[in-house]
Each structure stands twice: as C-alpha cells, then as structure tokens.
Design a protein. Structure first.
Length: 216
C-alpha cells in the first residue's frame, strides 16, 4: 500500500501536491512544538497580507475576489484553508489515479489534476464550515475582551489578588466580570476600578482602583 502511494506520488501530475503535503506535514509538526498561538499569529499576518493584496489589486467582481468570498477567507484562518485545499487535492488525485489510471497515463493523470482543482473548492468550503463557526466565536470573544479592557467598572464584591467580581455598562448592556487586583492590594466593594488586562491562565480580568474624584 505505502509503496503504491510512493510510486504514484512521484508522477508529474501528483508531484506538486505530494511536495505540498510534505510541507503541510512539516508545518503541522513544528506547530506541535512551538504552540498553537504562534500558528495563529502567523496566520493573522497572512490574512492581513491577503486582504491588502486583494483590496489593492483585484476588482470587486473579479474571479479572485469571488473565490476569496467563496472560501470564507478572513472568517476561517487562511493557513487552514490552504491546508484543506492541499490535502483535498492530494486525496482526490491519489484516489482517482489509483482507481482509473493504474497505467500512469499522463493525459488521464493531468485530466484528474484539473478536475481535482474544481472538486476541491466546494469540498474545502464544506470542510471549513465548523471551523468558520469556531473561529467566529473566538473572534467575537476576543472583541468582547478587547472592549472590556480599559473600561471603568464598579466592584460588586471585595476584590483581592485572587478573586472578586465587578460590573460595567456597555451601552444598554450590563456586563459582569470575574476580576482580581494587583498583588498585595485589596479593593473594597462598591469602588470604581479600571480594567487593565485579562489573565488568560486564571480567566480573570486584572483591575486597579481609581480615585472617585475624577468622576465628580
């Protein structure tokens, strides 16, 4: 089985996807050691570059812009879309060639290559539907978190360096936060405080008391 896959992967009509599959595999292994966050940082840079390039050079009704929208680039990390595209093409080409092109016919092989390009597009879109929802929720949560940082809140309980609760208004919405203050400090109940940052480890916002005089 493996020898057959290796034999087909060296054919000209499968060589591109085979090389890209190796690259995808190496990136995945590196991500396991460097951490998922680094991968997301890289992806964010790629997404910005893609957005700028498309906005600057592609007509709004152009083919690439339509493809960009169809694959949900920007809603799903670009690297995951790219990985899905490579894996889909390699799988379709490998399955089709081992089934109907056992004689390694170049014409059939390249025909399958072209067909796989079109078949993989809707497949990638379908495969990334759950990922789009997942990363959409992450982005929404990040936006809420970013909006919370810098807000002035009122403590609902005494706040220590370990725990506490606070609330603030975002328009008509009242948002309650699990908070803590800086080490060695205590904030009494009912005091005004500013949200400095979020401690991702403890899942609590770090707040610091502010003088009430500034609100008078």
């Amino acid at each position: 089985m493996f020898s057959e896959i290796y034999e087909y992967s060296q054919q000209s009509y499968l060589a591109l996807w085979s090389v890209l599959m190796v690259i995808v595999g190496l990136i995945s292994i590196i991500s396991l050691f460097t951490g998922f966050d680094n991968g997301l940082d890289l992806d964010a840079d790629v997404d910005v570059d893609v957005d700028v390039d498309l906005d600057g050079h592609v007509d709004a009704h152009g083919l690439f812009h339509s493809l960009y929208l169809f694959l949900n680039v920007g809603k799903t990390p670009f690297t995951l879309i790219l990985f899905s595209f490579v894996i889909s093409n390699w799988t379709i080409c490998m399955a089709a060639n081992t089934t109907i092109n056992t004689g390694h016919n170049l014409l059939i092989g390249w025909g399958i290559f072209a067909g796989a390009l079109f078949l993989s597009l809707p497949l990638v879109r379908i495969l990334n539907i759950p990922l789009r929802k997942f990363f959409g929720a992450l982005i929404e949560d990040e936006e809420k978190q970013t909006h919370s940082v810098g807000s002035i809140c009122t403590t609902l309980t005494e706040v220590t360096e370990h725990n506490g609760q606070a609330t603030f208004k975002d328009g008509p919405t009242v948002i309650n936060l699990m908070v803590k203050c800086e080490e060695g400090k205590i904030i009494s109940k009912g005091k005004k405080a500013i949200v400095l940052s979020k401690d991702e480890v403890q899942n609590r916002y770090v707040v610091s008391e502010v003088e009430e005089d500034i609100f008078n």
